[in-house]
Write a protein that binds this ligand. Structure first.
Ligand SMILES: Nc1ncnc2c1ncn2[C@@H]1O[C@H](COP(=O)(O)OP(=O)(O)OP(=O)(O)O)[C@@H](O)[C@H]1O
Ligand SMILES: [Mg+2]
Length: 286
């Protein structure tokens, strides 16, 4: 518990220092605006701007998910009756308040070490955000070394970010709506060689910018690898507005947490999620 406390204290200190001058201000994008070089947008809405309550997926493939499969992979936030879904709603509100205050719309999720629960948190948080009728959530699997979003959601589409990176498809064709309103996923089906170089490429830079700017009510969550695993996180973080650190209880040593915090010192750290904690039930997901 001592190292968890330490992580929280450091997160608080980093939070106080979080204003970053180069973060672009919110830009309102009208419904009819189409990013340069792209034929049309993946999500088209019929409601007024700023209201995402009626979203129509005109190009995005829609697939249905299997409830038992989701629960096995700890994807629960769409089930309001599930005992753990409240925790993700609390996290959602904290995250959105902080992001709104700063005009941030893109969020990275990382951890010091492997198996901390990043992907579980990323999926549940994105689905919880999508339940708010004035938001849409896009979850991007940017763990190019160990992609797992598609597996956890049980998606088995052949098209993914891999095809976009290889130049075979437009981004719209790689997006998928897993049957939950206002929730879209950009899955990665296979590991990508040279992950760090790919994440630092102009193509990925343009992609992040495009996903961010297309709709002002969209929150884009990037599931990343552990910050200590390679330089992928350091490479891509300057392109993402803010970051959430997931610390898995027992998954990282105190030194690892400290080193990870150090590597995020230039980023806008929203806070630390304490996952797999063994405290009583009401805190089980923190
Ligand atoms: N709160 C939790 N309680 C119990 N098990 C959990 C919890 N969160 C995640 N897990 C389990 O821990 C394992 C790792 O979770 P997950 O894949 O989300 O971690 P990760 O940090 O994304 O891992 P990687 O570094 O491989 O990407 C999974 O089996 C997941 O079901
Ligand atoms: Mg993961």
């Amino acid at each position: 518990m001592e190292r968890i406390k330490l992580a929280i204290e450091k997160a608080k200190a980093a939070e106080a220092d979080s204003a970053r001058p180069d973060v672009p201000l919110l830009r309102k994008v009208s419904d009819s605006e189409t990013p340069a070089g792209e034929s049309s947008s993946a999500i088209r809405r019929e409601a007024s701007p700023g209201d995402a309550s009626s979203v129509h997926y005109t190009q995005t493939a829609v697939v249905s998910m299997d409830a038992a499969h989701l629960e096995r992979h700890r994807v629960v936030s769409h089930q309001k009756t599930h005992s753990a879904s409240w925790a993700f709603d609390v996290l959602r509100t904290q995250v959105l308040q902080k992001m709104d205050e700063n005009g941030w719309r893109t969020l990275a999720i990382t951890s010091p070490s492997v198996e901390s629960g990043k992907t579980v948190v990323a999926i549940n948080l994105a689905m919880s955000i999508a339940q708010q009728t004035n938001r849409t959530a896009l979850l991007v699997d940017f763990d190019l070394r160990r992609p797992s979003v598609a597996r956890y959601l049980g998606l088995n589409r052949s098209l993914s970010l891999n095809d976009f990176l290889d130049g075979r498809v437009n981004i719209e064709e790689a997006l998928v709506n897993p049957g939950v309103e206002r929730f879209v996923v950009l899955p990665t089906n296979h590991l990508v060689t040279g992950a760090s170089e790919v994440l630092s490429s102009a193509k990925v830079g343009n992609l992040i910018g495009d996903l961010r700017e297309r709709y002002s009510d969209r929150i884009v969550i990037f599931d990343l690898p552990p910050v200590l695993a390679a330089d992928d996180v350091m490479t891509v973080l300057p392109r993402i507005d803010c970051v959430l650190m997931v610390v898995g209880s027992g998954a990282s040593t105190q030194n690892e947490v400290e080193e990870a915090m150090g590597r995020l010192s230039k980023a806008n750290l929203l806070g630390v999620v304490l996952n797999k904690d063994e405290a009583p039930v009401q805190n089980a997901y923190y």
